[in-house]
Design a protein around this ligand. Structure first.
Ligand SMILES: [Fe+2]
Ligand SMILES: [Fe+2]
Length: 151
């Protein structure tokens, strides 16, 4: 796989992370006084680290990282704002959908990249974080929808 293809993956991931940061920021503000707020803020900090690490890796490979403020930021901000007045379960579902897509994207890229272990390590680390986020979000959705936890 070419360096250009890897940079394309990394910038795709970075743009998704920038959108996620906007969504989580809006929801963290909306749920500031809710018990969920703390968990959302903790996830937000991890997404900010993902964006920083992806930016650094893109630079290390000689690429140009997507900047905050682009289309994804604007879209993420709009989605975050539009859903900040929704039921908390709806916010969690939207966040879960973002995490699920990130897990799929990272897994595909990890499977495809043959010759860049350092990038694969970074993507694996990020994917594991997203899996942890998805697990927490699913547990909150179950709890708030009154569904029993799996044994
Ligand atoms: Fe992330
Ligand atoms: Fe995440």
């Amino acid at each position: 796989m070419s360096r250009e293809q890897i940079l394309e993956y990394l910038n795709h991931d970075l743009r998704s992370e920038l959108a996620a940061i906007e969504i989580y920021s809006a929801h963290a503000r909306a749920l500031a006084d809710d018990p969920l707020g703390e968990g959302i803020r903790a996830i937000l900090e991890v997404e900010q680290r993902h964006a920083r690490d992806l930016t650094a890796r893109i630079r290390a490979l000689g690429g140009t990282p997507a900047e905050p403020g682009g289309l994804e930021t604007v879209t993420g901000r709009a989605v975050g704002a539009a859903t900040a007045h929704a039921d908390p379960v709806e916010m969690l579902r939207l966040e879960l959908a973002e995490e699920q897509q990130a897990i799929r994207d990272y897994a595909t890229q990890i499977a495809e990249i043959l010759d860049d272990d350092e990038t694969v390590e970074l993507l694996t680390h990020n994917m594991e974080d997203e899996m942890q986020h998805a697990r927490w979000l699913k547990a909150q959705i179950r709890r708030l929808s009154g569904r029993p936890s799996p044994a």
